[in-house]
Design a protein around this ligand. Structure first.
Ligand SMILES: *Cc1c(COP(=O)(O)O)cnc(C)c1O
Length: 426
């Protein structure tokens, strides 16, 4: 498989080059040139993943990457007659970002030449940082620098980033998420530094983090059919921020995934619903919401979606709808999901469940709807406990970090100072 840049001014490259670069030299995002039809099914998720990814990633080491990266279950739960939830939070950091980060880390290890070193710089509002830290911890030749905003991530999210040490450098930046993202972009966009330090990114602009999110869509479709005997095409609801997961869903659809259409369930920050309605993307400051991992105004993967649909708004509208969910509706969905089904959801999944209810009301009450459950409720315990009045148990793999020592590095919101920290760690 070759990968082209959405900007069209860089040569096509193979998977490993696209993976190590992150962004194409012309500033574009890498896209697969074609989508091989996917036929076979399997009962083990690691094999489902391997079958899905084999057309996109070199064969050497692929089986091992899949078995090691996807060593946790991916259950599809039935909540109501036509309502299903795909639980994507059984990885080590309890969010679906483990799928992308764990696979990407193993592929980077394979792509590194003997003696070669790489430095990964990533900005995070919480979940990406912990998944990337856990995925890359102890990988030889890889140094990771995580930039997170001081005081803006939850206590558990922070502990999951700052307690690794070793090749994981967690930088607490005196600024907000936008500052972190801007500094990361400046560092990654500095051609001199890129050469000197062999820099790459681990955000979902990297195709290597996006592709390993395709397999769980096939898992959902197969379980709907074989476990629950439903033969109709489902509607799949995707809680979305940067639209990486949704882009992977569209790729899976191009490979033959049976799906009626996708629903991007977003919070009040997202400009996509207005864009689909009136055709212009507005830009404004993000405000903190209960679903903080989706506090994104202009999703970076939107360029991929537009490119994938050939820039045709009719095709985009056929493939996906977008529904905005407010914090009040999010809280109401957490409450009613527990009340009605005895099922506890985190705020991001709750955004999806509210959107699912809206879609069912708009003439799809008989169609099976699958909502992606993107995080374990314990990860967003404060909100969930307040709304449900329950006390949640913290899963063991999350509890262990609470006793570990912090190895965080404090940094000002300045590119120069952060570059100094990176250089000092070489
Ligand atoms: C990152 C994240 C999302 C949004 O995913 P995108 O691929 O950025 O759209 C949703 N829910 C949770 C819990 C997340 O961590």
């Amino acid at each position: 498989m070759r990968y082209y840049s959405t900007e069209g001014r860089s040569p096509k490259v193979g998977f490993r080059k696209a993976l190590m670069r992150g962004l194409a030299p012309d500033g574009g995002l890498y896209m697969p040139e074609s989508f091989p039809e996917r036929r076979w099914t399997s009962s083990h998720f690691a094999d489902v993943a391997m079958l899905t990814l084999s057309g996109f990633v070199p064969r050497t080491g692929l089986i091992e990457s899949c078995r090691e990266a996807f060593n946790f279950p991916v259950p599809l739960q039935k909540l109501g007659e036509n309502l299903f939830v795909l639980e994507l939070f059984y990885g080590p950091t309890l969010s679906f970002k483990d799928f992308g980060a764990r696979f990407m880390a193993r592929q980077m290890r394979l792509a590194l030449k003997k003696g070669e070193r790489i430095n990964i710089v990533v900005a995070t509002s919480g979940d990406t940082g912990s998944a990337v830290a856990s995925g890359f911890y102890g990988v030889p030749g890889v140094n990771v620098f995580i930039l997170y905003p001081k005081g803006r991530v939850t206590n558990l999210q922070e502990l999951q980033m700052i307690t690794f040490g070793g090749n994981i450098h967690a930088l607490e930046v005196a600024g907000d998420f936008d500052d972190c993202q801007m500094i990361a972009k400046e560092i990654l966009g500095d051609a001199g530094l890129r050469m000197e330090l062999n820099l790459s990114s681990a955000n979902s602009i990297n195709i290597g983090r996006l592709l390993p999110q395709m397999p769980y869509y096939f898992e959902a479709a197969e379980k709907l059919r074989w476990k629950y005997g439903r033969k109709e095409k489902p509607i799949i609801v995707v809680p979305s921020g940067n639209f990486g997961s949704l882009t992977a869903g569209l790729f899976a659809r191009a490979m033959g995934l049976p799906v009626e259409f996708f629903v991007a369930a977003v919070n009040s920050n997202c400009a996509v619903p207005a864009y689909l309605a009136i055709g212009t993307m507005r830009s404004r400051d993000t405000i903190p919401t209960l679903s903080n991992a989706m506090d994104v105004g202009n999703p970076s993967n939107w360029r991929r979606i537009v490119d994938h649909c050939g820039g045709d708004s009719v095709r985009i509208n056929n493939a996906l709808r977008a529904i905005t969910v407010t914090d009040r509706e999010t809280e109401a969905a957490i409450f009613s999901t527990h009340d009605k089904f005895g099922y506890i959801v985190d705020p991001h999944t709750a955004v999806g469940l509210h959107a699912a209810g809206e879609i069912a009301k708009r003439g799809f009450s008989r169609t099976p709807i699958i909502v992606l459950a993107t995080a374990h409720p314990a990860k967003f315990r404060e909100t969930v406990e307040r709304v449900t009045r329950l006390t949640l148990e913290i899963p063991g793999r999350l509890a262990v970090v609470m006793s570990r020592e912090s190895k965080k590095i404090s940094a000002p919101a300045s590119k120069e100072e952060i570059v100094k920290i990176i250089k000092a760690a070489q």
